[in-house]
Design a protein around this ligand. Structure first.
Ligand SMILES: O[C@H]1[C@H](O)[C@@H](O)[C@H](O)[C@@H](O)[C@H]1O
Length: 594
């Protein structure tokens, strides 16, 4: 287990926490809009996708186009988050936020105005790059600017805003679906996001750069001016922070003479064991967050709801809103408790809860499966066995296995728990089978058993259980797992490596996001729906062990101290000795200036 020894950079902290003014909260509120845009964009596309394929100008839109339009944004977000590391070192954190909100606004407007598929793809690429930028830079910006005692809370607010963006996207998706959804509604869904991004752009014209970036780039007077605003004129704290920043920067500059410091940051990270360890842990936390299946549950809620027997589009959207509210309530827990109880305990609690909830999701899918109607021999189905896929579908032993496969649907004999698994009709997969009892209008009264065609779901006595299990999952996931990877990654790294390392770990988040979402459907076909969730549960068990043994507690450490938590005893002692020395130099320089 990781030892949680309190260390200090050698300075005595002022006894009381600083009293913060409105400025910090305005700054944080403007920054976390980035989280809102991230959440909104990732969710709104599902609602828009219900209508875009039939929109004039965009149709025909086959599944390949649909997949491109949905996945291009997370794909480009991975690229954007990687690029933003370098960009934010050279240009500054603030300019990258300005760039992200500008690109987002343009991307949202292009999507809303799209007259063809190419234009839509261009808009989605811009949105992806922008959310990639935002997901990397906002936690860094908050981490570097926020006073230590509220840092965890403010970065958690970023994660809260992701969930809020997702709820709002569902509500807007629901609301706009009543306004000519095929021509105007889906455009409004995209256009809406241009408003908060434009607000963020305007705010950041006036908001400052982070004090740490300013100091590192030689703007000492500006650093002090920003600290004065952040600490609301509290001289004791301003001096303390100024000395901390100066000491850590001096340390860095001393190293710059060495050959090591002249190598590119990425290579230096590889050669610095404690930073390499930190970025490995940070990237694994982001990967584990995705491997717990959050986005499959979010992306496929509509399917899960439909598979519970709800047919109406509007009802489906409103139940999705209900589920995303569960995902929104959770982040208030870490936000309010993180500075009291620390990061580890909240993370472990949420992780344990997620394991249980994933098992419940698995069990509920199993119950649905076991209670679903059995497949009968083809004999009585009237199916022509030379039709494509007839034999393949027939091999599924029950309705649940049958409807999980794209090519098949279940033709159930009404009033019984039996039926036939038949290939779907090419022209009307939702309405009929290609051959056999469900291929045309049902037989008249007395001419044979009445049948009903089920493409997506099977009626069982457990069908609503997965919805409740998913609600519980979202509540538990969002009460820690949603925020902690972001919070910890904003704290783990030293200034010289921060943007590079955060961009690496953020890219890991996006890559695993894509990987898990794109493999879900094939996974359910290979190992069943229950199997997929048991697999996510098993991966989350390894996440629990990983957090328990490898993640240090960062509560109470200044952002410049956190890196020492990844050092071994010897390295830590050496580092602390050097820092004390530098600090004494800085202090005596400050005194001579006075
Ligand atoms: O922290 C966020 C949050 O949990 C979102 O709901 C999810 O869509 C993101 O992928 C994740 O990074």
């Amino acid at each position: 287990m990781v030892a949680i020894a309190q260390i200090s950079s050698g300075q005595e902290k002022p006894a009381a926490n600083p009293k913060l003014g409105l400025f910090v909260y305005i700054l944080a509120a403007a920054a976390v809009i980035g989280g809102f845009l991230f959440g909104y964009d990732t969710s709104v596309v599902s609602a828009a996708m219900l209508y875009m394929p039939d929109s004039p100008g965009l149709k025909p839109m086959d599944t390949v186009w649909q997949e491109v339009i949905v996945s291009i944004s997370p794909g480009m977000a991975a690229v954007g988050s990687l690029l933003s590391g370098v960009a934010s070192d050279y240009l500054g954190r603030r300019k990258v936020i300005l760039g992200a909100s500008f690109i987002f606004t343009i991307g949202a407007l292009i999507c809303a105005a799209s007259v063809n598929k190419i234009m839509l793809v261009i808009g989605r690429i811009l949105l992806g790059i922008a959310i990639g930028f935002a997901s990397m830079i906002v936690p860094v910006y908050l981490g570097e600017t926020a006073p230590t005692h509220v840092r965890g809370m403010l970065v958690s607010a970023f994660a809260l805003m992701i969930s809020f963006g997702q709820v709002v996207a569902n509500i807007m998706g629901g609301g706009f679906s009543y306004i000519s959804p095929y021509t105007i509604g889906w455009r409004l869904m995209f256009a809406f996001a241009a408003v908060p991004s434009a607000i963020q752009f305007v705010c950041f014209i006036f908001l400052p750069e982070t004090p740490r970036w300013l100091h590192e780039h030689g703007f000492e007077a500006d650093t002090r001016r920003v600290l004065e605003k952040v600490y609301n004129g509290d001289e004791e704290w301003i001096e303390y922070e100024m000395a901390e920043i100066e000491a850590f920067n001096d340390d860095q500059k001393k190293n710059q003479g060495s050959v090591e410091a002249k190598t590119p940051v990425f290579l230096r990270v590889l050669k610095t064991p404690h930073v390499l360890k930190a970025v490995f842990i940070g990237s694994m936390l982001q990967a584990y967050q995705q491997l717990a299946g959050i986005n499959t549950i979010l992306y496929y809620t509509a399917d899960i709801i439909r598979s519970a027997g709800i047919r109406d589009n509007h009802t489906t959207i409103w139940i999705s809103v209900g589920l995303s509210i569960c995902n929104f309530i959770g982040p208030f827990i870490p936000m309010s408790l993180i500075e009291k109880f620390g990061r580890r305990i909240i993370f472990l609690f949420s992780c344990a809860g997620v394991i249980i909830a994933l098992c419940l999701v698995g069990v509920s899918f199993m119950l649905v499966n076991q209670d679903s109607a059995r497949t009968l021999d083809l004999g009585g189905s009237g199916a022509n066995s030379s039709f494509p896929d007839v034999q393949r579908c027939q091999a599924y032993s029950n309705c649940d296995y049958c409807v999980t496969t794209d090519a098949c649907g279940f033709c159930q004999i009404q009033g019984s728990k039996q039926g036939y698994c038949l290939p779907v009709s090419f022209d009307d997969p939702e309405g009929s089978s290609s051959t056999g009892a469900c291929s045309g209008p049902g037989p008249g009264p007395g001419s044979g058993p009445q049948v009903s065609w089920q493409k997506y779901y099977c009626t069982t006595k457990y069908t609503s259980l997965p919805i409740f299990a998913c609600g519980l999952y979202l509540l538990l996931f969002s009460s820690g797992f949603t925020s902690l990877p972001w919070v910890l990654n904003s704290e783990f790294y030293p200034m010289w490596a921060r943007s590079t390392c955060v961009s690496i770990s953020t890219t890991s988040n996006w890559i695993f996001n894509l990987l898990v979402s794109l493999t879900y459907l094939s996974l359910t076909q290979a190992i069943t729906k229950a199997g997929a969730f048991y697999l996510y549960a098993a991966l989350t068990v390894t996440a629990f062990i990983f957090i328990l043994f490898l993640v240090p507690e960062t509560k109470g450490y200044s952002i410049d101290e956190v890196e020492t938590l990844f050092m071994n005893k010897k390295q830590k002692a050496e580092e602390m000795r050097k820092r004390k020395e530098t600090l004494t130099e800085v202090r005596s320089r400050q005194n001579t200036k006075i």
